[in-house]
Design a protein around this ligand. Sequence first.
Ligand code: NAD
Length: 497
Amino acid sequence: MAEVLSELGVDPELYSGGALEVRTPITGKTIAHVHASTRQEFETAIGAAHDAFLQWRLVPAPKRGELVRLFGEELRAAKPALGRLVTIEAGKIASEGEGEVQEMIDICTFAAGLSRQLCGLTIATERENHRMFETWHPLGVVGVISAFNFPVAVWAWNAALALVCGNPVVWKPSEKTSLSALGVQALFERAVRKFSEAPIGLSAVLNGGREAGEALVDDPRVPLVSATGSTRMGREVAPRLAARFARAILELGGNNCAIVCPSADLELTLRAIAFAAMGTAGQRCTTLRRLLVHETIYDSLVDRLKQVYASVAIGDPRQARTLVGPLIDARAFELMQSSLQQARDAGANIFGGERVPIPEFPDAYYVRPALVEMAEQTEIVRRETFAPILYVMRYRDLEEAVRLHNDVPQGLASSIFTTDLREAEYFLSARGSDCGIANVNIGPSGAEIGGAFGGEKETGGGRESGSDVWKLYMRRATNTVNYGSELPLAQGVKFEI
Ligand code: NAD
């Protein structure tokens, strides 16, 4: 770990002797004591970011894009090291650790191009010799609060856009993944050293727990906070931001579902379900948590799934053959077991779910993903348990399936597996999935950066990453210019003096 941090250029003082204990879920052991930012450091960092904003907003956007492009180059060079750090801290298998860094590289490429395309509309005006148009201006300091399960990519989705839009970024990472944040900041500082126009304070990392996040949420110098985490966190953060009329991008819990129709290509469906339900040990916001299978294919699909669940390689995520790494900590294991018990009490038939002992790592929590057959969509199914539990239910007709699909408080990601065009289009229509992400013949997880990412209902309504999401990071001004010598008023109003 020290070797990786040194390769990334992280100062050892930042992760030794501090108050924040960091454990690796791979062994369950403590690997670092990260310095927890003090209240004074928060004050200084947000103040510096605000000062940086006053300069950065004046740098032409394509030049701002150049800094993000340079940062992307640093990420390319450091991809193996940063990917390894994500694996160590979050327990992701090696290809997913590196995949997360690739996502950062991709959003940097996207944002560098975007920096030449930040454009507003010209709108027809009802008045002669007038022109009406929109201008997009930088907004101010952007606060980012991130969750443990995407310790680097989520920050990059926000930061790359925020920076090209003219905004500095202050980041409060998950207290469980502070080292990854230090690694990212060190790489960003490398890019800054190659770019003469970057003001001091353009990016800061403030490590700490919930209180650190609250300090960011309550600071009037931060006009936008993008917060990723549980719905519980969103419920606490949203009213505080609303109280000071700050903008919020909320990316909260999901309870993602897939419907498998009789015409589905079952081989493809099986592979898609396996990755979506068991990948990242069930610890993605987009993890597949509910499966609705048509009664005519239910038994054969569930039998096949049980074979896959029985044989999936569970263990040290650094080993090439492993597909399911550890849960983040003991608490995650307890929550998983408690949800399984509630399902059992409701009459569920459970396959898997038990702890998988790894003799070298007695303090770590490895589990066999659980396949839980339910007769009904009970309360426990309607809740997000952040662990590899897939609830499976039967359905008779598509209307009933879509009703069950939408009958949960969350609205993040969804899929249908079918080769019937009518079923696919029904699912994507206004009567279909009520989620922010709706897919056909691919699982709900593993989004690309080019699209807008986020969900509805208790998932928070926020959007990050591609499409036109950049607009959330800018201030829109509507401009009207009168280039004539008359002063006609809109709507025919007369006011002669
Ligand atoms: P969490 O809610 O425990 O913590 C997330 C972050 O919020 C951490 O940095 C934490 O310190 C901070 N925080 C917690 N309470 C706060 C408060 N009152 N004020 C300010 N900051 C606060 O979540 P977690 O366990 O790290 O992550 C798992 C959860 O995140 C799951 O529910 C998952 O679905 C969700 N998630 C959602 C998305 C998405 O895009 N929708 C992406 C990743 C994770």
